[in-house]
Design a binder for this molecule. Sequence first.
Ligand SMILES: [Zn+2]
Length: 328
Amino acid sequence: MSEIHKFLFDGLPVRGVLVRLTDAWREVLRRRAANTRHGAYPLPLQNLLGEMTAAAVLMQSNIKFDGSLVLQVFGDGPVKLAVVEVQSDFGLRATATVNGALPDTATLSQMVNVGNGGRCAITLDPATRQPGQQPYQGVVPLFGDPHEKLEKFSDLLQHYMLQSEQLDTTLVLAADDQLAAGLLIQRLPLQGIDNLAGRSTRANEDEIGNNEDYRRIALLAASLKREELLTLDADAVLRRLFWQEKLLRFEPLQGAGGPHFSCTCSRQRVAKMILGLGAEEAASVLQERPDVEVGCDFCGAQYRFDAVDVAQLFKQNTPQPPGDTTLH
Ligand SMILES: [Zn+2]
């Protein structure tokens, strides 16, 4: 079961979130692998998309926001786009496009940042957006400084969070074909989230990179190895890292209230589309191929309607002749 574990360090201005995506992540991969046009993701892209998915869930769980959080990487290499969307209820979907084969050893920059043109965008789209209101979007390049390309997706997000939220953040991310997982440790602003007054902003600036408690806990978090994150359960990870700290843990979010796969596509929606084409158009498609096939761009699911399905669809949906008042 996919889970989110939130915790605080008692008495210290530090909080954390640990995310483990099992069934939700496997469903992302299952849909892609079953797609006859694209097939399964190459290994390094699978792992990048998994890390992005874990990161997007961490970020969504770390903000109070009603709407979708979209994490996108626009690549200038073989991977053109990788995108993850997480709703406030932790419904998630993810997809990526790649041209040609990728070697198993491909690094982040070899995938998406060959000519320093790669970008990452973080978009917050409120559920109740007013007409004309733009979603919030932050864009970050894929290098720390112009001479140093980033090779870890977690480094990129750490930079972004420090710049956008003025908060020290440490992220550890890992993914394979079974699990996408991540740990986030963040320093809390001393005056709470309303510290917009000049003095407390100043105090926060002085604290960036300087808070002793945060630095100690961040070092512990950064010592977590990829293999540990992928093989230990949540309790074991937190015990291994923070056994000397006093953790206050919240009830984990799992099951219906936790992260789960969710895409708006369905066989029913595709059926409506085919009905929209009209019987003649659908029949002409079926003359050239064995079925009408519609793929979802957001999750890779493919829906197929063969001649029998299509015939039934139009038969069930034949408009009733005028005067026929029979209830069906
Ligand atoms: Zn879909």
